[in-house]
Write a protein that binds this ligand. Sequence first.
Ligand SMILES: Nc1ncnc2c1ncn2[C@@H]1O[C@H](COP(=O)(O)OP(=O)(O)OP(=O)(O)O)[C@@H](O)[C@H]1O
Length: 262
Amino acid sequence: MPQITVQNLDVSFPLYHGNTRSLRKTVRGAFQGRFSQDRRNRVVVQALQNISFTLKPGDRLGLVGRNGAGKTTLLRALAGIYEPVAGSVTIHGTIGTLLDPMLGMNNVLTGRENIHLRGMLAGLTKPQITRVEEDVEAFAQLGSFMDLPVNTYSSGMVVRLSFGLATAIMPDVLLMDEWFMAGDAAFRQHARSRLENLVSKADILVLSSHMSTVVAEWCNRLIWLEDGHIKMDGPTQTVLTAYLGHPVELKNPDQPLPNVAP
Ligand SMILES: Nc1ncnc2c1ncn2[C@@H]1O[C@H](COP(=O)(O)OP(=O)(O)OP(=O)(O)O)[C@@H](O)[C@H]1O
């Protein structure tokens, strides 16, 4: 059964140019508590401190918080991109990520070769990979660029390939940055039903967003991060009301969210 367990997670980043005396003095004065010094006397940013939570099937977790609160770092730690400095992240189930369009993409391979590679890594059979290839080709509409290296693509073309591919293989756990819901209106329109299908089929969703309408619509639980700590963890309406400082009206509060047991 898919599950995520995060226990006392700490993630920090050493600043390699941060060992000059003046910088140390500045950051110490400006952001006490968020910065520290490691054994090699480097300035270290504490991106996440003492984060613990458990997610089970049906959980749709939204991460909210101001710029720099730690949302992206937490998503990346869940995806295994960042190693914990302390604590642990345990995930049971297959993971799908919509974090960074170039994540897992090999620049020198063609779009088609990237699809095959991703399919093989996901353990798909040949006929399954062929179906994914047809699906992504129809969605991304890259024409003959499909057979050219990804490093010849425009940034919009990379997004279409990456989004098409990430939404073609159904994961148990979906990690998503709001970035993927941005893009121009035409892309959003084109992508929305694919995204809804993926979200409804994933057992667990973790979504980072600044858009209260998005978390209100898609999440049944929110974690409010502040300066790398959990400030509040609870039902969407309760946390969003506290975070925004005013009550929020959910669209259909009585209607269960996708894949959530009533
Ligand atoms: N690679 C890095 N090197 C140094 N510091 C980093 C790095 N990545 C993140 N940080 C720091 O970690 C903290 C958390 O950053 P993070 O990007 O997770 O915040 P966020 O909540 O996603 O912000 P935003 O809403 O602006 O995207 C910030 O103080 C940031 O400066």
